[in-house]
Design a protein around this ligand. Sequence first.
Ligand SMILES: NC(=O)c1ccc[n+]([C@@H]2O[C@H](COP(=O)([O-])OP(=O)(O)OC[C@H]3O[C@@H](n4cnc5c(N)ncnc54)[C@H](OP(=O)(O)O)[C@@H]3O)[C@@H](O)[C@H]2O)c1
Length: 371
Amino acid sequence: MSRGPALAVVGATGAVGEVMLRILSQHADVWGEIRLVASPRSAGRKLAVRGEECEVVALADEAFDGIDVALFLVPGEVSARWAPVAAARGAVVVDSSPAFRADPEVPLVVPEVNPHAVRLRPRGIVASPHDTTLTLAPVIGALHAGFGLRELVVASYQAASGAGRDAARALREQISLVADSDLGTGPGDVRRAVGEDGLGPFSGPLALNVVPWTGELLGDGWSSEELGLREETRKVLGLPGLRVAATCVRVPVLISHSLAVHARFEGEVTVDRAHEILATSPGVVLYDQPEVGDFPTPADVVGTDPVWVGRVRRAPDDPTALELFVCGDNLRKGAALNSAQIAEMVAAELAASAGPSPLPAEPSSAPSSGG
Ligand SMILES: NC(=O)c1ccc[n+]([C@@H]2O[C@H](COP(=O)([O-])OP(=O)(O)OC[C@H]3O[C@@H](n4cnc5c(N)ncnc54)[C@H](OP(=O)(O)O)[C@@H]3O)[C@@H](O)[C@H]2O)c1
């Protein structure tokens, strides 16, 4: 095992936690101890990371003893309560929840777009954006650098797993209920078959359906995820006045979010130049040959790290605007991968500030070299 910083994974048993353990096993190992933390319900469970079985411990003050970096992959209220505890005990917190994204003293980081922000963390906490923002950010950050962004109009197609492990299970159960039936042919018949108890966290049945609602109701009919996408995109791009309007929709896809994007820029744009920018942007794959059926779909990109972009067109009535379709795995770039990338940047920073590691002492019996 390497002697890098000690890492706590808080929420190791959840949907994002499961993918995080896979990423930690696949990426270059920069960590010393890795400690797995979850609720008391999961204490004592054993999970595999870096090829070893590791016992889950319950979230408590002592869970952060000796920890340098703490990944928080837990619900917002749990992060709000415990991230400051971990930070006060000396850990740098990387939080995936909504708890700190809007806090002006907490940077909101997408390493492909604003990596410099990770060092400005007066509270010792760095936040990772919502999965929908993260699906959009590498693409729109690159186009902003090339063209200067003025306005975004976005419709999302969000997978069930974006609402967590129990939501993904609810979709599977709904699908098994409606398969091999003629449900979906009469008004309300899917809702009646699924029943209130079978809805899971969704505001309507998701099998054979789409639900134009994610998050909680905020002001004027907007949902928290729609306004969150707006504020988070502004914060990550450093464009506080950017015009953004979003409609967030849950669709019967298990993993991977998609977005249809209308992006307006400072001057005229061309598809050729947009292709050049997107083809060379980190974390982005350009997949745009509709004439042979090549465009991203959520089922095709699941399990992959980058976000995929296709259907790039210039708006028919506005030479300054582009239409795009973007897909990305909400559990990888949309959550675990982005947090892992941030944590690895912090690990590199900690290693640099610790200075060069001392050379191992030569054994006294070694012959001296040279004259
Ligand atoms: N799913 C996504 O696509 C996605 C994307 C971006 C960000 N996020 C954010 O990432 C966080 C985790 O999401 P998820 O989808 O992985 O949720 P999840 O599947 O419901 O998992 C929740 C995790 O939090 C733990 N937990 C819950 N209550 C706890 C408590 N009181 N003390 C300690 N641990 C507790 C659970 O442990 P037990 O197993 O012991 O209950 C589990 O490990 C959320 O804030 C979510 O908003 C999710």
